[in-house]
Design a protein around this ligand. Structure first.
Ligand code: ZN
Length: 404
């Protein structure tokens, strides 16, 4: 009993101590809670105040100026990962772009975009974007840097408080540095295909005389297997190497019923050729002036002939020539006989740009080039220019006017 009392008393003692501790603790807790609550309230007020200050001090919306129209984009839409975006829908409205499935088109060129993807399709080529495309119900957002790179003819100025967009009339979507495969190993020719030499950009047309004394930088012979065997044909070195690559690939595909029948011509050669055409027109019963005018539609006086640059070739089809000879045809091969019927023609139309060549006198550009359609005449301009002309469908004259 005594022992139990003692036990009880020590229990009570412990209990009392314990309670006292709990009470003390509760008191401290209440005090702490009060301080924390007060601090939180004060902090919240400060934060609210700072937020309010920031909001009034800086823009919450980002303003894009499209001519007379302004578009406001929230920060969430205007920026992602520190990259500034532009709304293609607003840009399309501003530039009169056409809406197509998953994208926009203008002047025969187009871009296709997919939400969340950093790959775009430009004129059929895959193009990597610097950041992902963001598409919601109202917007199609792409990074401004990519818009600048891919859309020719617009300018986006981000230096001021507002983002200002200006546009020209000539807007084109252009894929740059496109990737594709050649048929064979053409690595030895790539430096020529990719040439940016000033010489290869020379313009010789009905309005631009290259003069009487003009001569190409460096002429080399076209290998026998790629030309009419009865002629020695020369080209500018760069154009010739690119031609070899193109013909090597064509031949590898079994498209070998094709060869070059005309390339570089001297002033005298071109003069003779033109005079012959004029004479044959006169023989048809035309006056001299009429004959010159007619000949000028498909040939050129020597000062204006592209063939004198050594940068272009006329193709022909040997088997067709043979056939004509078998039927008693004599003289120079009439280019327009059958070239569009060959398998070389559609292949060239689709692929010649990869080797830096363009169809120089297209069917739909007669008014601009001043030449009748020549399915056989191809001009070397280098891969970069040829790629733009291939994507835009422009004539070389238009290209120089717009892109230079
Ligand atoms: Zn020609």
């Amino acid at each position: 009993m005594k022992q139990e009392n003692k036990k009880n008393s020590s229990y009570n003692k412990i209990r009392n101590n314990l309670y006292a501790n709990v009470e003390r603790h509760e008191l401290t807790e209440r005090k702490t809670f009060g301080i924390v609550a007060l601090s939180a309230l004060m902090l919240a007020s400060i934060l609210l105040f700072v937020a309010a200050m920031i909001e009034t001090g800086s823009k919450k919306e980002y303003i894009y100026v499209f001519g007379d129209t302004e578009q406001e984009l929230s920060e969430k839409l205007a920026f992602s990962d520190g990259v500034q975006y532009i709304d293609m829908v607003a840009l399309a409205t501003f530039c009169n772009m056409e809406s197509i499935e998953k994208g926009f088109a203008i002047n025969g060129t187009y871009i296709k975009l997919e939400n969340g993807s950093s790959l775009a399709t430009v004129n059929g080529f895959n193009v990597s974007l610097s950041e992902k495309v963001i598409i919601d119900e109202k917007h199609v957002l792409i990074p401004i840097e990519d818009a600048k790179k891919l859309i020719f003819g617009i300018d986006i100025d981000i230096s001021g408080e507002k983002t200002v967009i200006t546009a020209t009339e000539n807007i084109y979507m252009i894929a740059k540095n496109v990737e594709f495969d050649y048929v064979t190993d053409v690595s030895a020719y790539l430096e020529y295909i990719n040439s940016k030499d000033q010489y290869i950009s020379i313009l010789a047309n009905k309005q631009h005389s290259i003069g009487e004394d003009f001569s190409p930088a460096k002429l080399v012979e076209i290998p026998k297997k790629y030309r009419r065997t009865d002629r020695v044909l020369k080209l500018d070195l760069t154009a010739e190497k690119a031609l070899e690559a193109m013909m090597q690939d064509m031949f590898a595909l079994g498209i070998d019923d094709v060869c070059v029948q005309s390339a570089y011509r001297t002033y005298a050669e071109q003069q003779n050729l033109f005079n012959n055409y004029v004479n044959s027109e006169i023989n048809k019963g035309l006056s001299r002036d009429e004959a010159i005018a007619n000949a000028n539609k498909y040939s050129a006086r020597p000062e204006y002939s592209e063939h004198r640059t050594g940068l272009c070739v006329d193709f022909f089809v040997p088997s067709c020539m043979l056939e004509l000879e078998n039927y008693g045809y004599e003289g120079s091969y009439p280019n327009d006989v059958g070239f569009t019927e060959t398998n070389a023609y559609p292949w060239l139309l689709k692929n010649c740009w990869k080797y830096g060549f363009i169809l120089r006198y297209p069917e739909d550009k007669v008014d601009i080039t001043g030449y009748s359609y020549e399915s056989w005449h191809y001009r070397f301009v280098g891969l970069e220019v040829a790629s733009i002309i291939h994507q835009t469908g422009l004539s070389y004259e238009e290209y120089l006017e717009i892109f230079k």
